[in-house]
Design a protein around this ligand. Sequence first.
Ligand SMILES: NC(=O)c1ccc[n+]([C@@H]2O[C@H](COP(=O)([O-])OP(=O)(O)OC[C@H]3O[C@@H](n4cnc5c(N)ncnc54)[C@H](OP(=O)(O)O)[C@@H]3O)[C@@H](O)[C@H]2O)c1
Length: 332
Amino acid sequence: MKAIAIHRNGGPEVLEPIEIELPPPGPAQVRVRHTAIGLNFSDINVRNGGFYLGNGPKFPVILGNEAAGVVESVGAEVQGFRPGDRVAYAGTGGLFFHDTGAYAEQRNLPAACLVKLPSDISDQQAAAMMLKGLTASVVIHRCYRPKPGDVVLIHAAASGVGSLLAQWCQHLGATVIGTVGSPAKAAFAQAHGCRHTILYRQDDFVAAVKRVALEGVAAVFDGVGKDTFLPSFDCVRPFAAVVNYGNASGNVPPFNLMLLAQKGCLALHRPGFGFHAATPETRAEACGELFQLVRSGAMKVEVSRTYPLRDAALAHAEAEQGRSTGSVLLIP
Ligand SMILES: NC(=O)c1ccc[n+]([C@@H]2O[C@H](COP(=O)([O-])OP(=O)(O)OC[C@H]3O[C@@H](n4cnc5c(N)ncnc54)[C@H](OP(=O)(O)O)[C@@H]3O)[C@@H](O)[C@H]2O)c1
């Protein structure tokens, strides 16, 4: 079967097609034929080698943490899944940068990481929302759950995670201010949860936030990192939550813990989706909530572009330049 692998860390050009023979699934495994594969910014970080400080992977590495598909066969000990079932997954139970392999036509996976898809959620919706939605879920359930009337700031609000988070916050009754990289992204963000948008590459976002929320916002949700992390502390009210869930612009700089006291007794969170809803039961519950948000119309999952799996390098190049809105999929 065909897959896309890297043999070293580097730019999009290190993504290469490979042909491998997949063994039968192990006793607790399920073989899944992928129909849609989610592209996540973390795939770019893994490709670049950003997560492997001092302890690199064994190449070749097949990238990818998220996909939907159809069960082809099951191992002897597997219960609850059978050939033909529609399933999806986001991560396989280990650290996401140690445990990749979704950029492939098929994959053997632990049955415990799979979620059965309801008939009203398409494969493409599932692959576009599982990992990003579970990231929004860890932010909202474990870090800060906006209350009606709260004003919250979401950086890169037109991104995959940002656009789900913005809609969820709006659904909970918050007023969402979103930063975005272009006017087109502003329009997208306004159609996906944001009441206000700020072009943060050209305008001073701290001043713009203060014009909307004089006292400061109740929470900042930041997947951008380096470029937005420190100025975000000037956007909040006392006892606010600052949540850094990603580093699209680079790692956040070292900072002094006293800043949290000086800026108003703030809470700082650095969540990861993999530690949230980590058992089959809690994962099914968290995904069930996401599916219900989509079903009810509270959350729209937008696939801005699909690429054939063989064009993964092009998809990476465009996502890395920040050209995407919503979710991007690779189709085997
Ligand atoms: N903690 C977790 O468990 C978890 C899970 C999933 C994702 N993440 C992280 O969350 C972030 C968003 O992920 P995603 O999949 O939603 O990303 P995405 O859809 O690819 O969007 C990333 C966006 O970040 C903005 N950005 C700002 N500076 C950038 C730069 N220097 N280069 C590229 N983009 C830049 C761009 O939007 P603008 O043009 O609007 O600036 C870009 O579109 C990433 O950092 C990712 O690693 C974390």
